[in-house]
Design a protein around this ligand. Sequence first.
Ligand SMILES: [Zn+2]
Length: 86
Amino acid sequence: MPMSPRDQEVDAVFSPSQMPCAECGESVVRVAVHSHACDPSRRLDFQMLAMRRGVLAFDSELREYLSGKEGRFETWLAAREVRRSA
Ligand SMILES: [Zn+2]
């Protein structure tokens, strides 16, 4: 079924010619998306940005764990193991 001018207009609005690569975030021409190869450095930056919240929370979560009862025991146990192997 041929598209009416109105359908083509709607299609142009909702189908931009470029789309972000899901792996690296680079804007890729839609028709060339299958031939796109991610830049490893850009891909790493993009994925680190996506995980930033978890990475930022890690330090405080670790500090909180280590100051708790279980964490203090694990710290003591690890220090003991290090002393034994030295
Ligand atoms: Zn990519």
